[in-house]
Write a protein that binds this ligand. Structure first.
Ligand code: GLV
Length: 314
């Protein structure tokens, strides 16, 4: 069984070693190919992160393509164009949930404890205790309740923040009892968020969803954390609302254009904190273990989790 890896961000041998290590009973049958070095080799399974369309188009015998990340927005159009019959499978958590929970918890605590205000006071050597927001009214809204959203929900619940959620279906996630709004309740949901955490996948229905009109529904002084996909949120509209003081601050990990261009005003906005798409990074060990488990399931004729629904886009 031939596994081709296309990932220019990670040394190939790390993937090869981890895949062999987690191959279990398939170990002797598995051959791992560096697709970047040998683009003509044909494989049964592909493990990819931002592969070129031309390479995908040249693959004739693939049984499945694994996206080496959670979001498939970049890969799905290529699959539709070149391999419409081949299932696309995404990573499910694989160590990313904990990272995302860390990232969002830091931002929420920072907003709640008014750390940006204290940083501004420190810049002027000003000793001034500030009023803490009432905990009960400091409601954190999770927009997107997939693997990442629920990992964040677990952490914020452990930190005793009041939560609310919004997802396409509005389905109540197992084990949680916070209020959940469906997509048609977005405006009502936004009006109730003191902090908005955006963890939606990028699809036709979510692109540009958070525009001026939607973001204006947030209560004055709300804080925004965006760590799913940049194009869900209109950055210019967010900047306008930050400048008006309607939005108090933002922690942004994802952007419509990445890397964020050096002249983008977001970089220099005093109420914006920027990280370079690092909130939840693919971990080679857990990702390889998960891919090998999914391949073993396919070999047994079972359906592995994480198969992307092309119509939904995730
Ligand atoms: C990262 O953004 C991912 O989709 O895994």
């Amino acid at each position: 069984m031939r596994l081709a890896v296309w990932d220019v961000d990670e040394p190939f041998r790390r993937w090869r070693d981890a895949l062999i290590q987690h191959a279990g009973e398939l170990r002797l049958a598995v051959q791992v190919i560096d697709a970047c070095a040998d683009p003509d080799a044909q494989a049964d399974f592909a493990l990819v992160w931002h592969p070129p369309a031309q390479w995908l188009a040249g693959q004739q015998q693939l049984r499945a393509v694994f996206n080496l990340g959670a979001g498939v927005d970049a890969l799905l159009p290529l699959m539709r164009a070149h391999l419409p019959e081949v299932p696309l499978i995404r990573l499910q958590d694989a160590g990313m949930g904990r990272q995302m929970a860390d990232y969002v918890a830091e931002a929420v605590l920072r907003a709640y404890r008014r750390m940006d205000d204290y940083a501004a006071l420190q810049a002027h050597a000003t000793w001034e205790p500030l009023v803490l927001p009432a905990r009960g009214g400091f409601r954190v809204g999770l927009l997107g309740l997939g693997q990442m959203g629920l990992a964040v929900a677990r952490r914020l619940q452990a930190l005793e923040f009041a939560l609310l959620g919004c997802s396409r279906s509005g389905r109540q996630p197992d084990g949680f009892d916070f209020p959940v709004y469906a997509a048609d309740g977005l405006q009502e949901f936004l009006a109730a968020c003191r902090v908005l955490v955006v963890l939606l996948p990028l699809t036709q229905s979510t692109r540009g969803l958070l525009d001026y009109a939607s973001l204006s529904r947030l209560p004055r002084g709300a804080y925004v954390v965006s760590a799913g996909r940049g194009a869900v949120l209109c950055a210019e509209d967010l900047l306008d609302l930050l400048d008006q003081g309607h939005v108090a601050g933002a922690t942004l990990d994802v952007f419509d254009t990445e890397p964020l261009p050096a002249d983008d005003p977001l970089w220099r906005h005093p109420r914006v904190r920027i990280t370079p798409h690092v909130a939840a990074q693919t971990l080679v060990g857990p990702a390889a273990a998960q891919v090998m488990r999914k391949i073993a399931a396919l070999e047994r004729g079972e359906s592995p989790g994480g198969v992307v629904d092309p119509d939904l886009g995730y």
